[in-house]
Design a protein around this ligand. Sequence first.
Ligand SMILES: [Fe+2]
Length: 249
Amino acid sequence: MRYALISDIHANLPALEAVLDHIAAQSDIAATYHLGDLVGYAPWPNETVALLNERGIEGIAGNYDSTVATDYKHCGCKYEDPRQEELSHVSFGWTKEHTSGETKKILGALPFRLDVKPNGGHASGPTLILVHGTPTLNTVYWTDDRPDSFCTQMAALAGAKAGDVIAFGHTHLPWHREVDGIYFVNTGTVGRPKDGDARAGYAVVELGAGKVNVEHRRLDYDVERAMRGIRESDLPDDFAEFLRTANRP
Ligand SMILES: [Fe+2]
């Protein structure tokens, strides 16, 4: 079974539309799941959640979703300098203000984790475990430089066994590796890349029949439209520039 995993859309509707069209054109993909952070930084929080609902795409709560839904004091994001911190607070305030009550209700109802069993729950076989950050918190950054011991520790906490896949996002940096027969996949980001490549991204994970394959996909989308949307809103123009450079402002 092949699954498309989309994470960290961050209210970038043009990027989400391009990714969903790309996935829809592949008849061998059994299902699509989102890994959270549907909102923040771009001006389409309600439209993003509505489109996912319309397409019947289920998924989990990212830190942005759970903090907006619960009116938390900050988004649970990491910042590296005072300017980034200031921008982060502006984005969070704007998003809380412009996300409708209906959308917040949907965000607040998202589960923390989702388990997918390609063979069905009645038969043994691998499990695809979806979380946003790590199996313990959606705010912890699971980057590629974490040692293998961190991966096995997280796998134990998640109850994963050899052949299983743990997929997550949150860092906006795609990577994957295998440790002790367990596969760890960071899906990257649909709508807010941080690796210098401005294209939208998602992952395809194939599991079942004793094998696991992971592919990271990138595709062009209408970045100009996304930048225009940000500039026409009250969000800082820095976020538009960020989408073009795919780097921190
Ligand atoms: Fe994110």
